[in-house]
Design a protein around this ligand. Structure first.
Ligand SMILES: CC(C)(COP(=O)(O)OP(=O)(O)OC[C@H]1O[C@@H](n2cnc3c(N)ncnc32)[C@H](O)[C@@H]1OP(=O)(O)O)[C@@H](O)C(=O)NCCC(=O)NCCS
Length: 322
């Protein structure tokens, strides 16, 4: 038995924030941002929270898969920007979709989250005999961006993508590759709550927004993508030439230009849309997949490789047959 994507959906907040708009409050300009990152604009939530955009993306995916919330056995949300610590975004989605038969939980693997959630669902569906699962990557990163820091606030956007996973006799997920390098985690962080109890020995001040060593992450990303692509193809009978599209996590187009050159691949093999959405963390891969679906780019039997990297530091890839 195989597990395949039976329906895909996405949702982007309505507000388009251009580079020019950002240059109204930090010292930057469109030319610098486009040249250094490839990003021209991003969508920013005006108050819709992660669960709300996740629900909108999920409704589209469920409709396309032809199933209802009550048919779901499992809901996994990959996010680093939950509405609250508890309940999880997945439980908030479950409530709204009336998915009363599902087990629901969130995972935090930053920008690699969707790829990790896919394999978690794939494995659980096989081991527990589940029929239908909903895997979501959803982020409202604008909540955790320091809008006075020009080196990070230009990079990120909000959005959600969702995939319904179903059983299939012939095709679906072929292989996954997952790795983390915790020792490098300091180069990309978002702080959480501080200790401030009657028992706290030394109070500290944690910054509750994205802090990043851009150059370190850039270096890590280029090698991580190549390792994940090699890793997911290893021990399969699929080679890089057999892959129709690589759907990467998108943080900076220069990272992907470098990888394409290194692997001797046409950059057009990578599906790119970060010029319009920026880095949407765990939502970037399903947002791209959804666009490809809507453009009729995904055909039966196509071999697709999803690859992601991010905080943790983490990386991973999924090889699948559409
Ligand atoms: C963040 C990133 C775009 C910065 O690009 P870079 O080419 O490394 O630029 P640097 O950080 O070296 O900065 C170069 C100069 O531009 C300036 N600069 C930084 N942000 C700027 C901005 N938004 N506008 C104008 N100038 C800016 C810096 O202050 C620096 O000036 P200086 O030379 O006078 O000190 C790039 O490092 C990157 O994309 N890294 C990977 C990030 C990533 O993938 N994160 C997410 C992982 S999921």
């Amino acid at each position: 038995m195989n597990i395949k994507i039976g329906g895909i959906g996405a949702y982007l907040p309505k507000l388009v924030v251009t580079n020019d708009r950002i240059s109204e409050f930090v010292t930057t300009n469109d030319e610098w941002i486009v040249e250094r990152t490839g990003i021209k604009e991003r969508r920013i939530s005006e108050g819709e929270n992660t669960s709300q955009i996740a629900i909108k993306a999920s409704s589209v995916a469920l409709k396309r898969a032809g199933i209802k919330g009550e048919d779901l056995d499992l809901i996994i949300v990959a996010t680093i920007t939950p509405d609250m610590f508890m309940p999880s975004v997945a439980c908030l989605v479950q409530k709204e979709l009336n998915a009363d038969n599902a087990a629901a939980f969130d995972i935090n693997v930053a920008c690699s989250g969707f790829v990790y959630a896919l394999e978690t669902a794939n494995s659980l569906m096989k081991s527990l005999n589940y029929k239908n699962a909903l895997v979501i990557g959803a982020e409202t990163l604008s909540k955790v961006v320091d809008w006075t820091d020009r080196s990070t606030c230009i990079l990120f956007g909000d959005g959600a993508g969702a995939a319904v996973l179903v059983n299939d006799e012939k095709k679906g997920i072929i292989n996954s590759y997952l790795k983390t390098e915790g020792k490098k985690g300091d180069s990309l962080t978002i702080g959480a709550l501080e200790f401030n109890t009657p028992f706290t020995k030394e109070k500290s001040e944690t910054k509750q927004y994205v802090e990043m060593n851009g150059r370190e992450v850039f270096k890590f990303a280029t090698s991580a993508i190549i390792k994940a692509i090699d890793g997911v193809l290893e021990n399969t009978d699929v080679s890089l030439e057999d892959i129709k599209y690589i759907v990467p996590h998108q943080a900076n187009v220069r990272i992907l230009d470098y990888v394409a050159r290194k692997l001797n691949l046409d950059i057009n093999k990578f599906y790119l849309n970060l010029d319009k959405v920026g880095n949407t963390s765990s939502a970037s891969v399903p947002l791209a997949l959804n666009e490809m679906y809507e453009k009729n780019m995904l055909n039966d039997g196509d071999k697709i490789l999803l690859v992601a990297f991010g905080g943790g530091l983490s990386y991973g890839a999924t090889l699948l047959e559409w």
